[in-house]
Design a protein around this ligand. Structure first.
Ligand SMILES: Nc1ncnc2c1ncn2[C@@H]1O[C@H](COP(=O)(O)OP(=O)(O)OP(=O)(O)O)[C@@H](O)[C@H]1O
Ligand SMILES: [Mg+2]
Length: 367
């Protein structure tokens, strides 16, 4: 998959840009706060359908303007395609693919795929389990609209169940009657989400472990484990009924805290280096490398699933890595399209790349 061109109008600090990209390595060089991440964010939106910075969609519109637009011309499945996104102050965003309006964002899934690695991803190791669940969900939602639908449905039922715990907590009899239906649906839907996650983590583990061995010169073993109710399900049982049983336990406690105690929203992705929890024992450099291995593995799996390599967006990560790791990445991504942002040109060997200068939202090709 290759981005051929990106046109932006009034997107964040970029009033107008029309950038033709190289199918291999593209480097965006500029001082802080010039618009490099904004450019990456615009491309990312076409893949993830939401930003990696927690924002309202109107934040994309340049201050003082009424609308913002982004047009992505890309080549996928041997076909040149165009997707367009428009954001408005006063109405919902509009998305078209090859000229046809898409009613739901999920219709874009599988058409364009990018993998993003930015400093926010370091939280993947250092912070709590919610970030790791988000990582899994985002990777899977980009690959499967079925997963996106299941997860949306699961979250909807979960919200209703939690609301019922609060609303009818004083009347356990009535609450039990209501939960009878919701627990069954929640368990069925949750079990499917868990099965897909569990399969994905097995593949991710294999791929990430191999990459990490190479990245660490055979010194470190990266292991991943999906910690969930479904881990201890015996052969005769199915995940849905085990989960449903868990939902029925300790109802008084559930009412007191207003939370549903088990299900995909409580699961964890355990990341270990040489058998020890990466969050607690890994050095900063090791944590960064572990995230990098996970991200590269995510890209490999995405490529395998959709049949084409995704576009790699490396925002602000090269300058933090040592020379050996930088060249490992570029070698590993050889033949794929990569966009790299950085503040100084020492981060990437400039002879091999197409480079752009970014200043105050204006992009110019460096010759
Ligand atoms: N809606 C908006 N309208 C105008 N400017 C905006 C809007 N949203 C963000 N900006 C500005 O865009 C500027 C560039 O942001 P960006 O994150 O792209 O910088 P960057 O080049 O990646 O810098 P760094 O090297 O520090 O990461 C920031 O100064 C930010 O305040
Ligand atoms: Mg930036």
């Amino acid at each position: 998959m290759v981005v051929e061109r990106l046109q932006l109008e009034n997107f964040r600090n970029i009033s107008y840009a029309d950038v033709q990209l190289d199918p291999h390595i593209n480097v965006f060089l500029g001082k802080n706060a010039q618009g490099k991440t904004n450019f990456i964010e615009a491309i990312w939106l076409f893949s993830a359908l939401k930003s990696f910075r927690a924002v309202k969609e109107t934040d994309f519109i340049r201050f003082g303007e009424e609308k913002a637009s982004a047009i992505l011309s890309f080549k996928a499945f041997e076909r040149s395609q165009t997707a367009k996104m428009e954001f408005f102050k006063e109405k919902k965003k509009e998305l078209t693919l090859n000229g046809a309006p898409l009613e739901k964002m999920s219709q874009m899934v599988g058409n364009f795929c990018a993998v993003l690695f930015s400093p926010v991803h370091l939280q993947l190791i250092t912070e709590g389990p919610a970030g790791r669940r988000r990582f899994l969900d985002l990777a899977l939602c980009q690959l499967s609209s079925r997963y996106l639908t299941l997860l949306t449905e699961y979250n909807r039922i979960l919200r209703q169940r939690n609301a019922a715990l609060k609303l009818y907590g004083g009347n356990l009899q009535k609450l039990k009657g209501l939960l009878e239906v919701w627990d069954l649906r929640l368990a069925q839907c949750g079990a499917k989400v868990m099965e897909i996650r569990s399969r994905y983590i097995k593949d991710l583990q294999q791929q990430a472990c191999e990459i990490h061995r190479q990245l660490s010169s055979q010194k470190e073993e990266l292991t991943l484990r999906y910690v969930s109710v479904c881990e201890n399900v015996g052969e005769e049982e199915d995940i849905a009924s085990v989960l449903e049983k868990r939902l029925k336990q300790k109802l008084e406690e559930q009412v007191r805290f207003g939370i549903t105690p088990a299900g995909p929203h409580r699961d964890e992705l355990d990341v270990r280096l040489n058998g020890r929890a990466a969050k607690l024992y890994a050095s900063q450099g090791q944590q960064r490398s572990a995230v990098l291995s996970l991200k590269l593995a995510e890209g490999d799996l995405a490529g395998r699933k959709i049949g084409e390599s995704p576009v790699y967006l490396l925002d602000d990560v090269m300058s933090e890595l040592d020379e050996t790791r930088r060249s490992f990445i570029l070698e590993k991504l050889c033949g794929r399209q990569v966009l790299i942002t950085c503040c100084d040109d020492r981060a990437v060997d400039s002879a091999r790349v197409c480079s752009f200068g970014v200043e105050n939202g204006i992009f110019s090709k460096n010759l």
